[in-house]
Ligand binder design. Sequence first.
Ligand SMILES: Cc1ncc(COP(=O)(O)O)c(C=O)c1O
Length: 384
Amino acid sequence: MPRAYFDHNATTPPDPEVIEAVARALGDDFGNASSVHHFGQRAKALLDEARTSIGQLIGAEPAEIVFTSGGTESDNLALRGAAEALENTGKRHLITSSIEHEAVLNTVKALVKRGWTSTLLPVDATGIVAPASLAAVITRDTAIVSVMHANNEIGTIQPIADLAAIAHEHGALVHTDAVQSVAKIPVDVRALGIDLLSLSAHKFNGPKGAGALWIRRGTRLVATMTGGKHERNRRGGTENVPGIAGMGVAARLAKAKLDVNGGRIGALRDRLEAGILAAVQGTIVNGARAPRVPNTTNISFDGVEAESLLIALDLEGFAVSTGSACSSGTLEPSHVLRAMNLPSHRTQNSIRFSLGAGNTEEQVDALIAKLPAVVGKLRSLVRR
Ligand SMILES: Cc1ncc(COP(=O)(O)O)c(C=O)c1O
């Protein structure tokens, strides 16, 4: 059987229509979108089209979309740009959650080195930030609240609208990292009631190196990438027209297929989850009781080291991922599972399965069929 890819939260295969759009923009439409002549105007038309498609995907005006190099840059621009814009207000407190992606966590750390203070909100045992925990720590000094929409490791969906309402009552700006929710569930920036939203093309069958930050009209933000007057002075640098054109096509396709894909992928994820729990003893789903994006399941396997299971499954033709990162030979437990206060063994033996449009029932059933023997073998090695 050909290899099966169950790691769509890491990245997704670009849709053939996306690949075509990128190739066209690299070839025929090679112009610089800032040029006044025909070639420039053709490139600019591609940017305009992409801005509209991305706006439609998240319920935003095209003029509110700023193109970036991806989710990491969007998070950096949101937090650093808002922090710089708000510094003269004297407010220097930032609140985020303990389960954010490093793009947010390390940017917050950098701001703390520059004199900001930060508070990390806890999550409950299901991986959800309780609005009451924000209400308990927010003050009039809080300038920014940044909580991710869907978590990349366990897929839990945070109550962003409730958190945003509390933040706004206290005069704080609200950012959400929606890199893992956009194109998986309906995302509407007005319904969420936020000010800034990050997204990344390669997480929804677009190309790598392209992303966007949605900036609500009227939100104060200072450019962090200084240069020309690109992107209405909010992000200097010649636009990555091929990447952005590909992202626009990916956004249009994602919007058109959102319901069908979400339903089909959700059914496959549920089949995989139920199949693994039934076939392999000593397994438990992390974050199962919370609302989750339909493509993600994170499962702890008792008595198995996650990295070994990942490698064993790769040898069998299944690509999965661990939440833990291997650093200098030791297995770091996942900061997300640790924040959920799970017993330490469960934070080190969890595997993330993240599905996408290319997965099939046959692949899911083949994985379920393989797992008992693979896990059994690893457990017998540990017992020796
Ligand atoms: C939640 C989240 N935020 C940000 C990023 C970074 O996005 P990019 O790879 O486009 O820089 C990722 C990627 O894994 C992510 O999952």
